[in-house]
Design a protein around this ligand. Structure first.
Ligand code: PAF
Length: 271
């Protein structure tokens, strides 16, 4: 498995595959890989001949008070996992490769980016959209895969690809969970033993809302269980993320974000 750092090396490798008629998949990640990421690689291998995994902790999607500095990083461990999973190339650019001196362009997504995470982290999806656009235009894959764990992110990326006519297919992949229901996330590494014990309550709460429980009651249950704060539990249209209209016959999604100590967890389920 090859490891490259620059856009020109990446384009050279992908260009050779394309010239040979291979279909190419991109799995964008911020590293600290877990079984959810490995599932994305597995899905990518089932859809493409060659799989590129990017590892880049994107500074522009973190606000100054957020966890950029302590975000878990383990490139050697990640590379070992990706080799074992059958990826063909790891692209691990430096910050200066993605944001060279003088970088001054930013995508500002609206629509699906505005509610929920957009209300609590107003800077976030601009950073995600900008970097994902650059990752896609650098690798020029046939398909890019993203986990449904970040369901709003997936909706924002689909919206961007549609609006800007980016020549790539976007594939969402279902969330991987621990046996007790907790969604796998690199940030689970922050949880204390006690927080880890309480954390699966989030999945239980949103599953109950998907079955018809009042979201306010579910939020109260999370606070009673030991969560410090609930940013939101909301029922939305699964495609537009507009408020869900009961009886519309459209697919719905329950999305939530809540704090356990200093760790912010997000999760979602469909119904
Ligand atoms: O989901 C993530 O890991 C990141 O938001 C992404 C899509 C790699 C962009 O930095």
């Amino acid at each position: 498995m090859e490891i490259v750092r620059t856009i020109s090396h990446l384009r050279h490798a992908v260009g050779q595959w394309r010239a040979a008629g291979d279909r190419v998949a991109l799995v964008p990640t911020m590293g600290a890989l877990h079984a959810g990421h490995i599932g994305l690689v597995g899905a990518a291998l089932s859809m493409a001949d060659k799989v590129v995994v990017s590892i880049f902790v994107n500074p522009t999607q973190f606000a100054p008070h957020e966890d950029l500095d302590r975000y878990p990083r383990d490139e050697a461990g990640d590379v070992g996992k990706l080799a074992g999973a059958g990826a063909h190339l790891v692209w691990a650019p430096a910050v200066s490769e993605i944001y060279p001196d003088g970088f001054a362009t930013r995508i500002v997504p609206e629509g699906a980016a505005l509610p929920l995470e957009g209300a609590f982290r107003p800077h976030h999806f601009g950073g995600v959209a900008t970097v994902v656009c650059k990752l896609i235009l650098s690798a020029l894959p046939d398909v890019a895969l993203f986990g449904e764990k970040d369901f709003q992110q997936l909706a924002v990326i689909r919206q961007m690809v549609r609006d800007l006519a980016l020549p790539v297919a976007i594939q969402g992949v279902p969330t991987v969970r621990e046996d007790d229901g907790l969604a796998l996330s690199s940030r689970n590494a922050y949880l204390s033993e006690n927080d880890r014990y309480i954390a699966p309550m989030l999945y239980k709460a949103i599953s109950e809302v998907a079955r018809g429980r009042d979201p306010r009651e579910a939020a109260e249950a999370l606070i009673a269980a030991g969560f410090a704060r609930v940013d939101y539990i909301d029922v939305r249209d699964a495609e537009t993320l507009a408020p869900f209209v009961p009886g519309s016959g459209r697919p719905g999604r329950v999305l939530a974000a809540a704090w356990l100590g200093k760790t912010r967890l997000i999760d979602n389920v469909g119904f």
